[in-house]
Ligand binder design. Structure first.
Ligand code: NAP
Length: 420
């Protein structure tokens, strides 16, 4: 039987207010928000002053409060609040992907040691119920891959560049004007946000705890009109996609990069601020979930779903993490990519193991072929500094074949083949 929970809420911004609205308008579930901690004493609030506090200890030390809902925008302070709450034996619900991705192992251990529940459905893809689906529905099935569009801001920008032929900067400005992108959009456009979500999903899909610094994230900041032209001519859309893929030797690779998407892919029609997730199981095949990855009410609804689950005593069991034959993480994989480059020096740095297409024009050059992820990781800063653009042309990731080395394939389809 469910019990009426007493909640201490941290943060009353976009998601905090969304949760407040969704909870107050929920017909099926009731819980009491006992106190709300916020930061800025000069802000006007839409709730009574008696509910507000500026002192986190007023919530953390209140024995009446059994659930902490953490919805603040400061990942470091969120870690202090969440770890303190878990140590005090309080259950926690959070939407903070940065906090989770950076402290996954510590938080996993803390909730185990203190025998409390830490739930975070809203942290990955907003209202799409991906974590609980992985935990409960796909708990026993060996998964092959999880991929998708995990960031609405970049998806909005990329949609506008293809559909309305806007430049990257104009599309970013439009996203900021509409409130989809923050004034400092770095976390979104450089792929950090999508990477944090991929790390959380990798734990529940494959039982892996990976450090953010080990995972490549290449964003869309260097996207140029020529790349948009290339994609449009081939009938592709460009999406920023995390790929979490199992490889043949029980290894899993995880990375975030732009990708050319063909019309036959589910993600092709996931546009604007929407998110989509594709889960591929060994036996169940492909499943596709689409929904709102952000926003006040959709994210508030995901947080409420976790609070409701808590009232029934729900706890993640991290079943895949507990498995003895959980896979290990690798970056030693080949991906098929398009690279827009400017000089021969670029190709000496970013060495393609195999080239299938190459073009050198007056205004830009590109190459398409197979490149090792390790090579891209080593050159990430170089790619950004020199404004090169890299995009996957195929989602298939493979382990390197040691016999293939820096060769141009015979079926090369170059327009103007340069000496390589
Ligand atoms: N926005 C979305 O659609 C979305 C979607 C999924 C996940 N998330 C995640 O949800 C979390 C909240 O995002 P948001 O968009 O709601 O942020 P937001 O609108 O910027 O609101 C942040 C809230 O946190 C409060 N706050 C900041 N530092 C605090 C502290 N030290 N102690 C107490 N309160 C503090 C702020 O207080 P003041 O009101 O006093 O400024 C504000 O109420 C983030 O982790 C975010 O990544 C957001």
């Amino acid at each position: 039987m469910s019990k009426k929970l007493k909640i201490g809420l941290f943060g009353f911004g976009c998601v905090g207010q969304g949760l407040y609205h969704v909870l107050n308008n929920s017909t099926g579930f009731k819980a009491d928000i006992v106190k709300i901690a916020v930061k800025n004493k000069n802000k006007e609030r839409t709730v009574g002053a008696e509910l507000i506090t500026y002192d986190k200890w007023e919530i953390l030390n209140n024995p009446e409060i059994d659930v902490i809902v953490e919805l603040i925008d400061d990942a470091n302070e969120a870690f202090n609040i969440v770890s303190e709450a878990l140590k005090k034996g309080k259950h926690v619900v959070t939407a903070n992907k940065k906090l989770l991705a950076e402290h996954l192992e510590e938080l996993y251990l803390l909730q185990q040691e203190n025998n409390v529940s830490l739930l975070y459905e809203a942290s990955a893809c907003g209202s799409i119920p991906i974590i609980r689906s992985l935990e409960e529905y796909f708990d026993n099935e060996e998964l092959e891959k999880v991929s998708g569009i995990f960031n609405g801001t970049t998806n909005y920008i990329l949609t506008k560049t293809i559909a309305e032929k806007l430049s990257y900067n104009d599309a970013l400005k439009q996203a900021q004007d509409k409130g989809f992108a923050e004034t400092d959009p770095t976390n979104d456009v450089e792929g950090y946000d999508a990477k944090f979500k991929a790390i959380i999903i990798a734990l529940h899909a494959f039982g892996l705890i990976i450090k953010p610094e080990d995972v490549l994230n290449i964003g869309i900041t260097t996207l140029h009109d020529n790349d948009i032209k290339y994609a449009s001519e081939k009938g592709y859309k460009i999406k920023l996609t995390p790929i979490i893929q199992r490889l043949e030797d029980n290894k899993v690779s995880v990375f975030v990069a732009p990708r050319f998407i063909k019309e036959n892919n589910h993600l092709y029609n996931v546009d604007n601020e929407f998110n989509g997730v594709i889960v591929e199981g060994k036996f169940s095949g492909e499943q596709f979930l689409q929904g709102r990855g952000a926003g006040s009410y959709p994210t508030g609804a995901a947080v409420l779903s976790d609070i409701s689950a808590l009232s029934h005593g729900y706890k993640y069991e991290f079943k895949k993490y507990a498995q003895k034959k959980a896979p290990t993480f690798t970056n030693d994989v080949l991906i098929e990519a398009y690279l827009r480059y400017t000089s021969e020096e670029d190709l000496k740095r970013i060495v393609f193991d195999e080239i299938t297409e190459q073009y050198t024009g007056k205004d830009y050059h590109y190459v398409v072929g197979k490149v090792n992820l390790k090579n891209l990781i080593a050159n990430r800063d170089y790619i950004l500094k020199h404004q090169l653009f890299i995009s996957l042309v195929d989602e298939k990731v493979s382990r390197p074949d040691v016999t293939v080395k820096s060769s141009i394939k015979e079926n090369v389809t170059t327009k103007e083949l340069v000496n390589y």
